[in-house]
Design a protein around this ligand. Structure first.
Ligand code: SF4
Length: 205
């Protein structure tokens, strides 16, 4: 995606306004609003999800729904204070389809992810996190610029072009869908382990 350098917002406030005005892909049309990233201005840890969900779209804040509650619990279990993190999404508008009164989540496609990458790159430039956690495959595609499975990078640590360390894990919403209690507990423990690895990386530098 080609954009002029003077288009780049230099602050999180300007970035949020620019995202709200964005029409680079069709997703702005059916969403309530853009949902910008939130958190500490120079957070050492950035968490990148997929896109806002139904509750986030209405509230205008990331990770305030059920997946956000699970993320909060996992961060606490990993010894991470969410107030010290920056939480955002790869795609800033809610993609969904209407089924009666319900709005069902739809996964953003590669073109939508790649168009919205412009904003995530600027967020990373402004916040400059030492460690980035990709929560799921959409975040991973946005951060790496290509499709890579979470399973292929899980339990590894990658170094990104700006020298930030990258940890790949699942999106917390995937844990909400696990029915079996033991399986759910095991997958949650793996998720916390990934977050703990990310927290340790912050201390390494
Ligand atoms: S999803 Fe991203 S690229 Fe698409 S309109 Fe919204 S802010 Fe722009």
């Amino acid at each position: 995606m080609e954009h002029a350098a003077e288009d780049r917002p230099g602050t999180l406030t300007a970035l949020a306004a620019a995202e709200e005005a964005c029409t680079r892909c069709p997703l702005y049309r059916d969403a309530t609003q853009a949902v910008p990233g939130e958190g500490a201005r120079h957070a050492p840890l950035m968490l990148v999800g997929e896109q806002p969900g139904d509750k986030e779209d209405i509230a205008g804040h990331p990770f305030v729904g059920p997946a956000g509650s699970l993320l909060d619990r996992a961060l606490a279990d990993a010894g991470i204070d969410r107030e010290t993190t920056f939480v955002t999404n790869a795609v800033k508008h809610f993609k969904h389809e209407n089924r009666g009164k319900r709005r069902l989540h739809k996964r953003p496609n590669a073109s939508e992810i790649d168009h919205c990458r412009w904003w995530l790159d600027i967020e990373r430039d402004i916040v400059r996190p030492r460690v980035v956690v990709a929560l799921g495959a959409t975040a991973l595609r946005s951060l790496l610029g290509r499709t890579v499975s979470v399973s292929s990078l899980r339990r590894t640590v990658q170094t990104m072009d700006d020298q930030a360390r990258l940890v790949a894990t699942v999106h917390p919403s995937s844990l909400l869908r696990v029915r079996d209690r033991d399986d759910k507990a095991a997958k949650y423990a793996d998720f916390v382990e990934d977050l703990t690895r990310a927290a340790k990386l912050i201390c390494e530098r």
